[in-house]
Write a protein that binds this ligand. Sequence first.
Ligand SMILES: [Zn+2]
Length: 79
Amino acid sequence: MRIFLRLLILFLAVSTVLSRFRRFFAGAARTRPEPRLRPSGGGRLVKDPVCGMYVPEETAIRAGEQCFCSEACRDKYVS
Ligand SMILES: [Zn+2]
């Protein structure tokens, strides 16, 4: 009977540790930072024809068909 109790306690201890490990790894996977390959908003990148920089379409300065990284580049292109 004593051996049975010991086995029961051992089993409980092992299962507790295992569930803690599982929760730890699940939490680690959840808090992993997202890859930042795409700009926020999922928009596409457009190329500034003046300086050659790629800027997210939604934040680009527009002048007709062209997109620019800044007003300075747009002015340079227009002039
Ligand atoms: Zn530019």
